[in-house]
Design a protein around this ligand. Structure first.
Ligand code: SF4
Length: 492
């Protein structure tokens, strides 16, 4: 057990190389690990964020998330290991008590592998002594303001390496003309819809072309999921490219999750996707392997989280730099998106996470499915309080329910809130056809509300294996079709 954090989930890190470690340093490192382990559950990541995370160690999170909670977190337990509390709930609660919520907005770097498993205290002392503007102990009593400022600067330089330089600011996209049709349509201010197509289990492109043709002319773009629920299918990049090449003319949104990808693979996949003509990318942290059907892979599966991906990809696009500083001569053209979770944690916490994503580079947000309209409004209001609504396009998620079984399944999905009256309506809807019709009626009622909700730019349809229903829903509800069909058309 540790005093201030949930216990460690995995053993402390060990350094990549040990040839430069003297016996004295090894002993010192072991002692530091023991003390910090007992106090904070520290895993010796060498990239300490404790000041930003209200002295709860984020590396005790089983996904190693360093910028906020995942979509499945609950106040009671971690979604990966229900025997432990969610680390990020602890962080938010403690930060609230200490009045340090603002510190949670800083975009924290992924780990620097060269630092893991090594001592940090000697480094801090060295840096303190070498810098002229280090905080002076005497100033703690004589000039507290200056002491606090110098302290903050010192620790900012310690936790934010030169190659990352994360901050709390909003970074507007550094380009003028819309990059994709989806962006162009959203910029018109008209209500804009997107759809979702699950890539097939087989290698056949027929399914993708068929489903893309159903949605073409209705939605501005279609998402291709990326091994959702840790279950293997055709890759999102390949499915997106097949969609792009199909006769449908439908633009893809490539979903890209951090799970199982190192920073190098993320950069490489995005460069490849951009080279293939894919422009919309939805950045996700990803479901843990624990939720997949197969034998589970090793525990440390996340090199980055969605916030870090957005930060890195925005800089590749706008600054033309890889994370290691190399220049990109022809930059990837990317319209970047993120997922929103209105029902995961209390809206005030989810709004912090959304702000980090928007500040990092998210230009559109597609949310989890909305069944509980009032709960959704609370989330929108929390974003509005943080002045986020004019910085991002929000597409409200919708899953049309095809059966009572689907409705009952939703009850236990983390991050989804489905009111009992909706489940009851589906249960009482009679046979298969009656249930599907009731699902359509429920979806149409929700569309009517969402259409008239300020701050909402459109709807994202996730009609799991029922994509053919999307055109009917859009026709019957009078949702507009995309007005911009080529990028040469005037927008703005
Ligand atoms: S619920 Fe998610 S964010 Fe919270 S500790 Fe578990 S994996 Fe981390």
């Amino acid at each position: 057990m540790s005093l201030f954090s949930p216990p460690r989930y995995q053993a402390p890190f060990k350094p990549y190389r040990r040839d430069d470690l003297t016996p004295a340093i090894k002993i010192f490192t072991a002692a530091e690990g023991l003390i910090k382990g007992a106090l904070f559950g520290c895993r010796m990541c060498g990239n300490c964020l404790l000041q930003e995370t209200a002295f709860v160690c984020p590396m005790t999170c089983p996904k190693g998330l360093r910028n906020g909670l995942c979509g499945g977190a609950t106040p009671e337990a971690c979604e990966v290991d229900p025997s432990r509390p969610c680390t990020w709930y602890k962080i938010y609660e403690r930060a609230e008590k200490l009045g340090r919520e603002d510190a949670l907005l800083e975009n924290n770097a992924p780990l620097d592998g060269n630092r893991v498993g090594r001592e940090t205290w000697i480094d801090v002392v060295k840096m303190w002594r070498e810098r002229e503007d280090s905080p002076k102990v005497t100033e703690y009593f004589s000039d507290r303001e200056k002491f606090d400022k110098d302290w903050e600067n010192l620790f900012y330089d310690i936790r934010q390496p030169e190659w990352w330089q994360g901050d709390k600011k909003y970074h507007a996209p550094a380009y003028e003309e819309p990059i994709s049709l989806l962006e162009a349509n959203l910029r018109t201010g008209e209500f804009t819809c997107t759809g979702e197509i699950a890539p097939p289990l087989s290698v056949s492109e027929t399914v993708i072309c068929k489903k893309a043709s159903w949605l073409s002319g209705y939605v501005a773009a279609a998402n291709f999921t990326d091994n959702a629920s840790a279950s293997a299918r055709m890759g999102s990049m390949a499915a997106s490219k097949l969609c792009l090449d199909s006769a449908s003319g439908l633009e893809p949104v490539m979903q890209l999750q951090a799970r199982d990808r190192t920073r190098v693979v993320i950069e490489s996949d995005v460069m490849g996707a951009a080279g293939l003509g894919i422009k919309n990318i939805l950045c996700l942290s990803g479901d843990h392997h624990r939720f997949g059907p197969g034998p589970v892979s090793k525990p440390d599966q996340f090199d980055m989280d969605a916030v870090q991906m957005l930060w890195m990809l925005r800089r590749m696009r706008d600054d033309g730099k890889y994370l290691d500083g190399r220049n990109i001569k022809f930059r990837p053209q990317l319209f970047l998106g993120a997922a929103g979770s209105p029902f995961g944690a209390p809206p005030k916490y989810e709004a912090i996470r959304a702000e980090k994503k928007i500040n990092a580079g998210a230009q559109f947000i597609q949310t989890q499915p909305i069944f509980d309209y009032n709960g959704f409004l609370e989330w929108v209001e929390a974003l509005d309080k943080r002045n986020l609504l004019d910085k991002v396009y929000i597409l409200a998620g919708m899953i049309p329910l095809k059966s009572a079984r689907a409705a009952n399944f939703m009850v236990d999905v983390p991050g989804v809130s489905i009111p009992p009256e909706i489940v009851k309506r589906m249960d009482n809807a009679g046979d298969k056809d009656g249930q599907a019709e009731e699902g359509v009626a429920i979806a149409l009622e929700m569309i009517e509300k969402l259409k008239n909700t300020p701050g909402i730019s459109g709807i994202h349809f996730m009609a799991v294996h029922w994509e053919a229903i999307i055109p009917r829903l859009m026709d019957e509800s009078g949702l507009p079709k995309p007005s911009v069909t080529t990028l040469s058309e005037t927008v703005n």
